[in-house]
Ligand binder design. Structure first.
Ligand code: ATP
Ligand code: MG
Length: 453
């Protein structure tokens, strides 16, 4: 909602002009109507974010107007105002979804406050709804190949058990997506899903991240902090990049998995924990064990249920479907509703080896949608984009023939991706470290199609 559109309905010209002036000064765009008839006409012509309705009007009743609108399927948010409101009218208005009921005579300040709060609430609700829809989309595992069907069945079986799960697969194969799917499908889905990226946390902080610390446990530990294990209680703990966990931490993790007990850093008590661990890595842990970089006993503990994700090149038949879904999302995201992939473009995609797997395909589609001069992406466009992707980025950020906006966006994406990874996807910490408002970072990440948690 950029500039909110308001409709004020009252029979007194003086009230209308006072409110219009005050609300306009606050930056709202305001229309007024002196009665039910005029209000209905305005509502049929334009849409409003909020209407402020008097109850007693010369040609009818504000509550009846609201009822009529609701019956017509109009759900414009409403605030009522009245000088001699009956309880009945207030009850009926509330039932019709009126968000507030103001007593007359009105205090302009109070009205402004109520309007501001109401709009904020509406915005928050709209945003939550959008995020939910988006999360649903992004969390969906796309693919109809046999490998994907088999994976879905495995996820279903694994989710029901309480056993530890180890997800392996090359980068970009969907390990995190699968970890979320497991949590959602598990009996623990009402509990939290906590994530720790073992590669992103500095070595000497992993222990306190996992187990928490008491106040004063070490320099900088001013307050008691609960660790991921405590936070994930009755839920799931996703240990991402577990292959990068330092050896001494591996020993401590193993003990927790055996004893189901933790001790905060600097603490003397032990706590029982009720957590299901899902770990993921793109390293070959058997090899890491042989090389002495990973504890074989921890490997056995984590690997109770192994889930190996296939690389995209092993299920090429899913490429057209994935490409299509990513295209729809990217087209919407970048406001290019007409963009399509030509059959040759899809064919070219099908021949590529995708070392970066699904993530590479997703990013490639986004790039194609942004760069394509026409609505139809051709096979040549795809080949060109694939060549471009292979260019070393280390040469600098500039690349010929790429619009400035796209270069900047790519740089921003890289920075935010790295920053979010560094802070385990935590928006608040990332915003602080970057000196950004949390809401700004949130919007930025959303507009770049990134997600934190
Ligand atoms: N089967 C799939 N369906 C839809 N999207 C997918 C699928 N697999 C992966 N993706 C998408 O590809 C991107 C990479 O997925 P994800 O982060 O889960 O991979 P990963 O295996 O954890 O990669 P890395 O090892 O680099 O951390 C994400 O944007 C994810 O939504
Ligand atoms: Mg990952």
């Amino acid at each position: 909602m950029s500039r909110a559109h308001l409709l004020v309905v009252d029979d007194e010209a003086a009230i209308l002009s006072t409110l219009k002036k005050a609300l306009t000064l606050e930056g709202y765009s305001v229309d007024v109507a002196g009665g039910v008839g005029l209000a209905a006409e305005r509502l049929s012509r334009g849409s409003y974010d909020l209407m402020i309705l008097d109850v007693a009007l010369p040609d009818g009743d504000g509550v009846d107007l609201l009822e009529r609108l609701r019956n017509e399927g109009n759900d414009t948010a409403a605030i009522m105002m009245s000088g001699h409101a009956t309880i009945d009218a207030a009850v009926k208005a509330t039932r019709l979804g009126a968000l507030d009921f103001l007593e007359k005579p009105l205090s302009t300040d109070r009205l402004l406050l109520v309007v501001e709060n109401t709009l904020r609430l509406l915005r928050a609700e709209a945003e939550a709804k959008e995020l939910k829809a988006e999360a649903g989309y992004f969390d969906e595992l796309i693919g109809e190949s046999r490998a994907m069907e088999e994976l879905r069945a495995q996820i279903g079986r694994a989710a029901r058990s309480q056993a530890s799960i180890l997800i392996t697969g090359e980068r970009g194969t969907g390990k995190e997506l699968v970890a979320r799917a497991i949590h959602r499908a598990s009996p623990r889905n009402a509990g939290p899903l906590e994530k720790l990226n073992c590669a992103a946390v500095p070595k000497d902080l992993i222990e306190s991240e996992l187990f928490g610390h008491e106040a004063g446990a070490f320099t900088g530990a001013t307050k008691l902090r609960r660790g991921k294990f405590e936070r994930a209680s009755a839920g799931t703990l996703f240990l991402d990049e577990v292959g990068d966990m330092p050896l001494d931490m591996q020993a401590k993790l193993l003990r927790v998995l055996q004893e189901h007990e933790i001790e905060r850093v600097g603490g003397s008590e032990t706590f029982k924990v009720n957590v299901r661990v899902v770990a993921a890595t793109n390293r070959n842990l058997v090899e890491a064990c042989n090389e002495g970089q990973f504890r074989p006993d921890l490997y056995d503990r984590l690997n109770v249920v192994p889930l190996a994700l296939p690389p995209l090149r092993a299920r090429r038949e899913d490429i057209p479907l994935l490409a299509d879904r990513f295209l729809v999302a990217a087209a919407k995201h970048n406001d290019r509703p007409g963009v399509r992939l030509s059959p040759e473009a899809v064919e070219s995609l099908g021949r590529h080896s995708f070392p970066g797997n699904v993530r590479e395909l997703k990013n490639l589609i986004e790039r194609l949608v942004i760069l394509s001069p026409d609505d139809t992406v051709t096979g040549t466009d795809v080949q060109h984009a694939l060549g471009m992707g292979a260019q070393p980025k280390t040469a600098g950020l500039y690349r010929p023939d790429i619009p400035f906006r796209v270069l900047v966006e790519e740089a921003e994406r890289t920075i935010l991706e790295e920053a979010l990874a560094h802070h385990s996807g935590q928006m608040a910490a990332t915003a602080r470290a970057l000196g950004l408002e949390r809401s700004h970072l949130y919007k930025k990440a959303k507009s770049l199609g990134l997600r934190g948690e």
